[in-house]
Design a protein around this ligand. Sequence first.
Ligand code: UDP
Length: 316
Amino acid sequence: MRMLITGGAGFIGSHLCKHFLDNGHKVICVDDFSTGRKENIADFLTNQNFKFIERDIAKPLEPGEKIDQIFNFACPASPPRYQKDPIQTMKTSILGSLNMLELARKNNARIMQASTSEVYGDPKVHPQPESYWGNVNPIGVRSCYDEGKRAAETLFFDYQRKYGTDIRVVRIFNTYGPNMDPDDGRVVSNFITQALKNEDLTIYGDGMQTRSFQYIDDLVAGIIKMMDNEKNFLGPVNLGNPDEFTVKELAEKILEMLPESKSKIVYQDLPQDDPKQRKPDISLAKKELTWEPKIRLEEGLKKTIDYFRTVLDGQK
Ligand code: UDP
């Protein structure tokens, strides 16, 4: 099959490219390198089944080949990155989704939207099931991402109702692993690179806010199961690891795993609208996809530390 992956040079997108190339499929990767990285796709460039298009998906795209499946994964996902150019973030989610849905319609292709736990905002229901409509500030600094992703979900379901487009929607919770950008500004990449560089670990706020961290391989397995399900199960479905940790626990765990590090913990201001807690209810994914994450935090962190160590060694 021929897959089109937007955001294919990004953290999650590059793992999807690899998965499909390893399984003998053809991959068209679309990325404008706004947060995606050339290093993430360097190994694929010599593969005959891989084609790269450098492009902003907010502009219409005509790849010129018949596409079987589209994975719409383009969008900066780290708060400092998506807030840097909030109008472009909204365009990527909304115009990008429209363009990809049109492409799916023309090609009769199945299309998946990478949605996010951010659609739940600062949730008043804990853990979050898909049936919860969320608690999102429409005019805050995170809104460009949260509302953009919410509007994208709406577009997907309206295309499905109006044109019968074959859609799948996954809501991805915090995910980490190799191919994350060390300068992305997310908590796992920040803490690990800080610890490796003997810089202090920056906890925002008191560190009592919680997140649930999913390792990339578990997420990829869930995405594939969702895309391939023939039960007409469209989603949205939560994909995340329900093990919940405070940010402080995460910092302590990383320091424990790197005993040679001279880093200490320091506290900084909490960013505006930072959600206090986040944990997926994954009953629906268990029931419909017989999927659940298998990789525990320590195991995933170990692989991620090894990855960042190699990246930082290369920068010396
Ligand atoms: N965070 C932190 N220190 C950092 C980066 C992030 O304490 O260096 C906190 C952030 O305020 C949030 C949590 O870690 O409460 C997760 O942040 P991240 O940016 O990874 O993702 P989010 O889930 O907020 O989108």
